[in-house]
Design a protein around this ligand. Sequence first.
Ligand code: FES
Ligand code: FE2
Length: 370
Amino acid sequence: MSSEALFARGLEPGAYTSREFFDAEQRLWESCWVVLGYATDVRETDSFLTGKLGQLEVVVQRFSSGLSAFVNRCAHRHMCLQQTRTGRRSLSCPYHGWRYGADGRPTSMPMLPKALLEHAQTDSEFHLKKLHVEERYGFVWVNASTSPESLDDFLGPEMRALLQGTSELLEERFHQHTETWAVNWKLAVESGVEGFHVGFVHPESLRPLVDVSTVKISLHGRHSLHTTELNAATLGSLTRYRSLLGLKTAAGIDLTAYVHILVFPSLAIGISGGTIVSTQFNTPSSPDGTELNASLWQPRDGEASPRNAMIKKGMLGKAVEDSLQAIAEDRHIAEAVQRNMRAETHRPVLALPAEARLSHFHRTLQEAMK
Ligand code: FES
Ligand SMILES: [Fe+2]
C-alpha cells in the first residue's frame, strides 16, 4: 500500500502561529462569503449586527428597503457606528450624530450647514464603504470583494440544497453564547471536521449519541460534510420528541444520522436526527485567538401541553449541557495543540483517511491563498 493511501501531510505549524500567514488569511476572509450572524437578529427596521471580515469591522443594518452592509466606520472621524454585536438603533454615529441611509450617504448632519449635507450627497468621501450582503438560509452573509462570485456559485448545488433544508429547522434558537479560544481559528474549525476524535475527547457528551464506526465523508467544492448514524436510543428519543411536539421535518435532512457540515471558511452546522441543530462560526482575532459564536436551534413547536413543555425543557436542557461540555472538551484539546504548534516550527500535521475533510480544508485554504 502506498503511503499516500495511508496518510497525507497537512499544514505546517507556522500556518497556525505566524503573523504573516494570519495576515494573508485575513485578506482571504475579505474575499469570501462569510457568515456574520443570523437573519432572525435583523428582521426589524433599524436592527443591526456587527462583526469582522478579516481586518474589516462590519455592520449590517436593516432599512425599510432591505439589508445593507458597510464598513462600520463613520466617514467623519472614523468612529464605529454600531458598537454592540446585535441591537436596534438607527445607523447614526455616537460621536457627532451623523446619520446614514441604505446607500451609505449621510441623511442628517446635526448642527452643520445644509449646504454641507447637500455636498455630502455627491462626494464619496462622505459615504460609508458599502459591502455585498445576502440574507439566505437563515444566515447573513457578507463579502467585501468589489465583484464577488455569487453566493450560489460559492456554495454549489449540494450545499444549497442542504442549507435550504437546514434553514427550515432554524426557527427557535434556544441557546446562544460566544467564547474566546486561545487558538488559531483553524483549530476551532478542525475540532468539528472529523468524528475520529469523538470516542477519545467526548466519551460522555457525544460518544453515547452516535455510532462512530459509521462515519461517511463527502466533499463539495470548498465545503464538506460527514454523517454518522445515531445509535438506537438517540434515534428513538428524537423520533418520540418530534412526534410529541409536532415538529416538522426538512426535505433532504437525514432523520437517522448526525450530519456535520463545514461551509468554508468557518461555518459549522451539526444536525442531530433532523431535529436539533447547532451552528457555529469563528471570528479570528490574532494567530492565537478566535471568538467562537455558538447557537442551538429546533423547529418551532405548537401549543405545548404542560407535560410536553416538561419534555421539551428536558430535551433542550440536555442538548445545551452536552453541547457546552463538548465545546469545553474540544477547546481544552485545541488550546493544548496551539501551545505545541508554537513549539514545533516545521513538521506538518498528519492527516489520516478518516480525516479526509481536514486535508480537504487545508487544500482549500492553500488553493484560496494562491
Ligand atoms: S465621527 Fe461620526 S459624526 Fe463625527
Ligand atoms: Fe469535538
